[in-house]
Design a protein around this ligand. Structure first.
Ligand SMILES: Nc1ncnc2c1ncn2[C@@H]1O[C@H](COP(=O)(O)OP(=O)(O)OP(=O)(O)O)[C@@H](O)[C@H]1O
Length: 240
């Protein structure tokens, strides 16, 4: 459903992506891994219209969406959950959800969508009147994912959902993502927690120095010794 073809781009005149190519099938989870500074988050910004793309193409369901604005990407069914904590801490869970609907192209249906999303996340219904800050880290991440779902996305770009979470909360968030995948949502995720992320993914992508170095089924990457080296922050030798 998503295809990047030899994408080059960066910030202003600085080039960070030097030829990123990969495709993501519908209703799958793809995890992007690679050393710090490889350009993983930058790939998401490129897809979501937040980067200066110098050349190459981004296709969504075969349609050219290169250089479209975030608002247009949302209208195409793409949402972006950036790295870090993105909830408004002093507002209630419900109010945070309402804020998530502000960019929805279909305002009339936002309330209905909030109810539907709370059906999917009973924890959010239970804590709807609590301040977001009073939720655990994993619950806050689930609130962010739920908020992204208000836009009824077909593709979610999620940047390091497990950061700062204890191992059992990481599993909770991953299970949420797997459930979404099973319901037909396509997920592209950046994760430092590479082993655990690949273990629950269908595909994996290794980025290094702004280029695609490997792209394969997740279990193949997990079994590859060169990927082990990369997990430790080493250079990938001998991979064209
Ligand atoms: N807004 C920006 N302006 C200029 N350079 C930037 C900006 N954001 C990121 N960069 C640079 O782009 C490069 C890639 O950054 P990016 O965040 O995509 O890496 P990453 O692979 O996601 O790293 P990490 O695993 O550390 O999050 C880095 O050298 C970074 O300094």
């Amino acid at each position: 459903m998503l295809e990047l073809k030899d994408v080059h781009g960066g910030y202003g005149k600085i080039t960070i992506l030097n030829g990123v190519s990969f495709s993501v099938p519908k209703a799958s989870i793809t995890t992007v891994i690679g050393p710090n500074g490889a350009g993983k988050s930058t790939v998401f910004k490129a897809i979501f219209g937040l980067l200066n793309i110098q050349s190459g193409q981004i296709l969504l369901d075969g349609k050219d969406v290169t250089r479209q604005k975030p608002r247009q990407m949302i209208a195409h069914g793409v949402t972006y959950v950036p790295q870090g904590r993105n909830v408004v801490p002093q507002l209630s869970v419900y109010h945070n959800l309402e804020l998530g609907g502000i960019t929805s192209p279909d305002q009339a249906r936002v309330r209905e969508r909030i109810e539907k999303v709370m059906d999917q996340f009973p924890m959010l219904r239970e804590f709807r009147n609590r301040k977001a800050i009073e939720l655990s880290g994993g619950q806050q991440k689930q609130l962010e994912v739920a908020r992204a779902l208000l836009l009824d996305p077909k593709l979610i770009l999620i940047d390091e959902p497990s950061i700062g979470l204890s191992p059992n909360l990481v599993q909770e968030v991953f299970q949420t993502l797997m459930r979404l995948r099973d319901n037909g949502v396509t997920i592209l995720m950046v994760e430092q927690n590479a082993k655990a992320a690949l273990a629950m993914s269908d595909y994996g992508l290794v980025l290094e120095l702004g280029q695609t170095r490997m792209h394969d089924r997740a279990e193949t990457l997990l079994g590859d010794p060169r990927v082990g080296q990369l997990f430790l922050g080493g250079h990938v030798e001998g991979i064209a």
